[in-house]
Design a protein around this ligand. Structure first.
Ligand code: ADP
Length: 319
């Protein structure tokens, strides 16, 4: 293989730049030409790609987002769209791809491989919801952002004796809520994987006041329900002064943490090495402190569960 390309696709996450940088520099170290595709699969269809070298990826390791841009492309979901994309790659002589993105982007890459383009995927999403890897690129930074907000909200909740609800990202998965909630000392953590009733939450909050707690932090994953609605119910049923903060997209941005930069760099190096060995249809994951190859069908079809031990511990520590 003499020429590869790198693409970021779907939702952006901190650490994508560190991954692109590593892809480019490992490729250059192996005398491989490397191209950057702009704006995800939309750019692949529009033939929006540019050759990169070590200098083009300088000064990006510390930046959130992705300097290549990312996008969602409906056209890519059609066979005609993907054929256009493949024709553009082939016209440039690009034989292999490193695809950085979430499960949607990795699903798209698998379909591209069916048309003759080899690829190795990297799990890039703040949600940590991809099977086959302990952590996804971006998760650690997002959790630290959420934790920073929880710490600040705790100060004001404590000063006023309030119930503070903090809604964090996670439509289908509670990893951010569980991890930030545990680290932030939340009294209650609500995640989509664990059903709950608002009656129980209200009862729990009143009991904790009776036990001497002066204020409460409740972390709510967006997929568990609306924190705003729940806040209204709590306020009406318990009479406790309640405030709600919805963190939203702030969790997607910011300088990647040490962990995310290292993860991105390690996974990207392995991805390029594997691609150069002719491997395809895999994602590089990180398990037990090692890079591992994960069959792409497993990565995109198996559901990654939350860690039940973490959930149990958060419950014990919230007493
Ligand atoms: P993420 O990669 O963060 O999960 P999306 O699910 O939005 O984000 O996927 C990003 C892009 O990947 C989509 O806009 C589309 O171009 C492509 N994609 C997603 N799912 C499929 C699919 N089933 N078939 C083909 N392409 C897909």
């Amino acid at each position: 293989m003499k020429k590869i390309a790198v693409i970021t696709s779907g939702g952006d996450c901190p650490g994508m730049n560190a991954a692109i940088r590593a892809v480019v520099r490992v490729a250059m170290a192996n005398q491989i030409e490397v191209w950057g595709i702009k704006n995800g699969y939309a750019g692949m269809i529009a033939n929006d790609m540019t050759q990169l070298d070590s200098r083009s990826v300088g000064d990006i390791i510390h930046k959130g987002g992705t300097f290549l841009g990312t996008a969602r492309s409906e056209e890519f979901k059609t066979l005609t769209g993907r054929q256009k994309a493949v024709a553009n790659l082939q016209a440039h002589g690009i034989e292999g791809l490193v695809v950085i993105g979430g499960d949607g982007s990795l699903t798209g890459a698998k379909l591209l491989a069916e048309l003759g383009i080899k690829f190795v995927g990297l799990p890039g999403t703040i949600d940590n919801d991809i099977w086959g890897t302990d952590y996804t690129i971006g998760f650690d930074t997002a959790v630290n952002t959420a934790l920073d907000a929880i710490n600040k909200l705790r100060d004001t909740a404590s000063a006023h004796g309030r119930v503070m609800l903090v809604e964090v990202m996670g439509r289908a998965c509670g990893w951010i809520a569980l991890t930030a909630g545990l680290a932030g000392g939340a009294e209650i953590i609500l995640i989509p994987e664990q059903p709950f009733s608002s009656e129980n939450i209200c009862r729990q909050l009143l009991e904790s006041r009776a036990k001497g707690k002066q204020y409460s932090i409740v972390v709510v994953a967006e997929g568990a329900g609306s924190a705003i609605d729940l806040g209204k119910v709590i306020s009406a049923k318990t009479g406790l002064e309640t405030r709600v903060s919805v963190l939203g997209h702030i969790q997607r941005g910011g300088a990647p943490t040490v962990s995310d930069r290292l993860l991105a760099s390690r996974l990207a190096e392995r991805a390029v090495r594997d691609l150069l060995q002719g491997k395809s249809d895999i994602m590089i994951g990180y398990r037990n402190n090692q890079c591992v190859e994960v069959p792409i069908t497993d990565a995109i079809s198996k559901k990654k569960d939350i860690d039940p031990e973490l959930y149990r511990l958060s419950d014990v520590l919230s007493q």
